[in-house]
Design a protein around this ligand. Structure first.
Ligand code: IPT
Length: 466
């Protein structure tokens, strides 16, 4: 049978989220038209007038990036609502767009589903417009009522985003997060709730797409206060002793700002790839923002760079230079359960290598400590083909375990030496190497290491390769 889990473990919804790897964010709203990032809340709804909004075109951007989930900012800090909420006049209903009968949330959700993409929503707790803001009960009721509208009126919602950002007028405002979270669960049972503190997905602690090189999916939620400065480092690395499974999401914009500004342009491919390695390659999901412009479309140049990004990932990871290898390990669990080392080469997340139960990775053989390791031996035909990326994946469904590991090629000095693995760890080597054998030593772990994949790739976009 499979080994016992090492707690905590992800829920089914968290596992589905983790395997998405790249998802997309759309910041669009009043700020798009006022050329700002944080509106004051005093904007005239008449300013919201996209000339040719087409949410289907936004989905082209998501498809170009290979994202399977798209998250829309339904209300940002300026309080202007992109759907005709019954609880405020400050919404699309008061704008000239579609004669006041428009609903961006509806168009967004419909366009996403038509493309087979899942839907997520962002509703800013901080509100600089609403007069109830600052009156605790009144504002919390208002916010809850809007959650109700968004989570009952637009079909299934896969992720909801609670941004911890706030300004001075937030000082006297207490948000009833527990009431909000429980209401969300009641309305959408398989949703993932994002906030600094989860409960399902946590902020990674920065907005540059960079997780800690040690990155645990676990934290102690009691250590985190939403929106409080000083928690960033904890969020960035997680906590090996964490009792709560709350994996990190890296939110980053493809442009300098979250909203569209005429004088800004998208980051180049090289930057997006660097972000991919330091987010997805460090056990995170990457939430990439592409802001639609004042026309109500994503700039063609932005879609082009997203397409380039996905094409580059396909070039790098579409070919596995470990294919055809044989895999051996320090030991293998028997019993016919199918836990052989060769599982790391079958391209599946649900099969994995398990060491023998008698093997605790500390057994002494003479002077030698018999540590856990797994080794690929490449066939003669590919042994000379160089690679510069090593991919390692843990079977996190049974808990995140690896605390320290190294990678050796042909028994020489380690080419990589690191801490956590998690769902996916990508090591970029300083230069391409060729070699017959690649060994991963799992020097330290919480319980037996369960490795679901090891891959070798050539990244031609890496420095010095182009
Ligand atoms: C920042 C919030 O302070 C933080 O709580 C989190 O929600 C984060 O946004 C999400 O990106 S505010 C930002 C200006 C750093």
């Amino acid at each position: 049978p499979p080994p016992l889990p090492v707690l905590p473990v992800p829920t089914a919804a968290q596992l589905r989220w983790q395997r998405r790897e790249v998802i997309m964010f759309f910041h669009f709203g009043m700020n798009t038209f006022t050329d700002s990032e944080w509106g004051t809340g005093r904007e005239d709804p008449a300013a919201f007038r996209p000339a040719a909004l087409n949410a289907t075109q936004w989905m082209d951007a998501a498809a170009a990036a290979g994202a399977s989930l798209v998250i829309l900012v339904a209300k940002h800090h300026d309080g202007f609502c992109l759907w005709p909420s019954a609880y405020t006049a400050h919404s699309v209903r008061a704008s000239p767009w579609r004669g006041g009968r428009g609903d961006v949330v509806r168009e967004f959700a419909d366009a996403a589903r038509a493309r087979g993409l899942d839907v997520g929503l962002y509703l800013s707790p901080w509100d600089r417009h609403d007069e109830r803001y600052g009156r605790e009960v009144a504002y919390n009721e208002y916010y809850l009522a809007q959650l109700h509208e968004l989570l009952t009126g637009y079909g299934s919602v896969s992720e909801i985003w609670f941004d911890g950002a706030k300004g001075k007028n937030a000082k006297n405002m207490t948000y009833h997060f527990q009431e909000w979270f429980q209401t969300v669960r009641q309305l959408q049972s398989s949703i993932n709730i994002f906030s600094d503190d989860g409960p399902d997905v946590r902020w990674v602690g920065d907005e540059n797409g960079s997780a800690g090189s040690t990155c645990w999916s676990t934290v102690n939620r009691s250590m985190i206060t939403i929106g409080e400065a000083g928690i960033e480092k904890y969020l960035n690395t997680g906590d090996p002793r964490g009792k709560d499974w709350v994996p990190p999401e890296c939110d980053v914009s493809i442009r300098p700002g979250w909203f569209w500004h005429n004088n800004e342009t998208a980051k180049p491919l090289s930057k997006l790839l660097e972000i991919y390695y330091s987010s997805v390659g460090r056990n995170c999901v990457l939430l990439l923002n592409a802001p639609p412009n004042t026309t109500g479309l994503v700039d063609d140049a932005d879609i082009a760079v997203l397409r380039e990004f996905r094409a580059a990932l396909t070039t790098i990871f579409g070919m596995d230079l470990a294919a055809g290898s044989t895999a051996t390990a320090s030991s293998e669990r028997g019993g016919g359960g199918g836990f052989a080392a060769s599982n790391v080469l079958d391209g599946r997340d649900d099969t994995y290598w398990v060491p023998a139960s008698s093997d605790d990775g500390r057994r002494k053989e003479g002077a030698h400590v018999h540590e856990h390791w797994i080794e690929l031996r490449r066939p003669p035909s590919t042994a000379g083909v160089p690679f510069n990326v090593v991919r390692i994946q843990e079977h996190v469904a049974l808990g995140q375990r690896v605390e320290a590991h190294d990678v050796y090629v042909d028994g020489a000095a380690a080419v990589a030496n690191a801490t956590t693995v998690g769902h996916k760890r990508l090591h970029r080597l300083p230069a391409p190497v060729a070699g017959r054998t690649v060994r991963i030593r799992l020097a330290s772990r919480r319980g037996p290491p369960l490795v679901s994949a090891v891959g070798l790739h050539l990244d031609p976009f890496a420095a010095g390769m182009m």
